[in-house]
Design a binder for this molecule. Structure first.
Ligand code: NMX
Ligand code: MLT
Length: 436
């Protein structure tokens, strides 16, 4: 059975579960919420459903029920590599099944067929001012391709069918996913490598091809595979996933939805934090003439950042209350890679890990003083020569697309409603609080 048939079978099995919950148990309460949650970004309000990943505050992310090490261990590996195919991971996210080698190959072949980036996208990227942020370019390239949406075309021709429209979304998502690595690579080479470009190598998988197209070494191929998988999904409430879902809930197609999600990822409190971490650490190293600081020196720098009203980038989380396992996974990669383990920037990042949580605890504001994914990701990129930290969030975005596109395919399959929570006025909240 091909991926689409497996997915169809899963969707047919899942639909009655959702229908039963809504029809027979629709009045059962899931939770209660407070004024602080209403004003404070809806934190902790359970109002989204996804089976693709779940974030436990203490344990961290599970993809389709599997921890990060379990996921890496279970998926078919690229021959000659310890890391799995990104394409196999996509299969897992969509279906919940660990694919066989043949099932993985089906996605590899499909994405190769779809990977050609249309010339007009290249023209649009080239027409943008060269100093545009790479995230603005990435988002523009995605939304520019909207004219190709199969979902939008069929909808406009009156061919919308609630039961089968997920198939158009599925096709759109595969086409879009296949093109994201070449688009990212094009932006990278245009902005930072003298506008010289490297054509895709049809013998390579998605992650390796990205490494190849940006002009990277063989070693970096595993970095790309690891990076895309680690950044893929973090349940549905984070800004990029939620935005993608929200926009898709209006029956907007995958291109509009993903572009919107990428715009959210570009914020410094979300995906841009990986750029901020590197800017912060590089500025700091520069001041010290490249020397790794003492603990005392580092503590002072962290306090200076906090006292100037800035956040410590890469630390804290809206849900997590422990060190992010995505941080740990990348830290282990550093510790197991000769050269990286003793790399000054890694030593500094490791020292920040020793010092920052205590500083944040003393500061007394952040509910979670531990590092998140962004605190560790830039150092690996820098080590391999991807030093243009402005670009790091595009890497995050290519990975994040895996999760959010799998999610909106399921959103269509299960016919989730247009999202439209209710707002209240401040006076209404004061009344609820008994102030007036
Ligand atoms: N440094 C300084 N202050 C912090 C930090 C931090 N790293 N994290 C939280 N706080 C402050 C926060 O600004 C808030 O202050 P105030 O009451 O003055 O508004 C207070 O602590 C309470 O915030 P929390 O409830 O702990 O965190 P919240 O859920 O609101 O926000 C983040 C979560 C991730 C936005 C926040 O921790 C943060 O700004 N971290 C730094 C930026 C970052 O690393 N973002 C990346 C997140 C992961 N990702 O990739 O998306
Ligand atoms: C993410 O990966 O989306 C971030 O950790 C933010 C979040 O989960 O809120």
């Amino acid at each position: 059975m091909g991926l689409k048939d497996v997915l169809k079978k899963k969707i047919d099995e899942q639909r009655p579960r959702t229908t039963k919950l809504v029809k027979e148990f629709g009045d059962v309460k899931v939770g209660e919420y407070t004024i602080a949650q209403t004003i404070g970004g809806g934190r902790g309000i359970k109002s989204l459903v996804t089976d693709i990943s779940y974030l436990d505050p203490m344990e961290g992310i599970r993809f389709r029920g599997m921890t990060i090490p379990e996921t890496f261990a279970a998926l078919p590996k690229v021959p000659g590599s310890d890391y799995p195919y990104v394409e196999g991971f996509w299969y897992l996210l969509l279906t919940g099944d660990v694919p066989t080698v043949e099932q993985t190959q089906e996605v590899v072949d499909m994405w190769k067929e779809y990977a050609q980036v249309p010339q007009y996208v290249i023209d649009i990227l080239r027409a943008m001012p060269r100093d545009s942020h790479p995230m603005a370019m990435f988002s523009a390239a995605i939304v520019a391709m909207q004219r190709e949406s199969i979902f939008a075309k069929n909808y406009s021709e009156g061919k919308f069918n609630k039961m089968t429209c997920w198939e158009d979304m599925y096709e759109d998502c595969n086409i879009l996913m296949a093109r994201l690595a070449p688009i990212g690579a094009y932006i990278y080479r245009m902005k930072y490598k003298g506008d010289t470009h490297i054509p895709a190598d049809p013998s390579l998988d998605f992650g390796a091809n990205f490494a190849h197209m940006i002009g990277q070494s063989k070693e970096y191929m595993d970095v790309a595979r690891m990076y895309f998988i680690l950044h893929s999904d973090h349940e549905s409430g984070n800004v990029s996933a939620h935005t993608t879902h929200l926009v898709a809930s209006a029956l907007s197609d995958a291109y509009y939805s993903l572009s919107a999600g990428i715009n959210g990822l570009a914020g410094p409190l979300h995906g841009l934090a990986n750029e901020e971490v590197l800017r912060w650490t590089q500025n700091f190293l520069e001041k010290l003439g490249g020397e790794v600081p003492t603990k005392e020196g580092l503590e002072k720098a962290l306090w200076d950042t906090l006292n100037s009203g800035q956040v410590i980038p890469g630390y804290g989380h809206a849900v997590l209350r422990k060190t992010d396992p995505r941080y740990t996974s990348q830290r282990e990669f550093c510790l197991n890679t000769p050269g990286l383990k003793d790399y000054p920037l890694f030593k500094l990042v490791a020292l920040i890990f020793e010092v920052a949580p205590d500083v944040l605890l003393k500061h007394g504001k952040a509910k979670n003083p531990w590092p998140n994914v962004d605190a560790q990701s830039g150092v690996i990129q820098w080590y391999y020569g991807v030093t243009q930290y402005e670009f790091y969030t595009v890497l995050f975005g290519i990975g994040r697309a895996l999760g959010v596109l799998a999610n909106i395919t399921w959103d269509r399959a299960l016919g989730y409603a247009i999202e439209r929570p209710k707002s209240v006025t401040t006076a209404m909240l004061e009344e609820v609080a008994g102030i007036k």
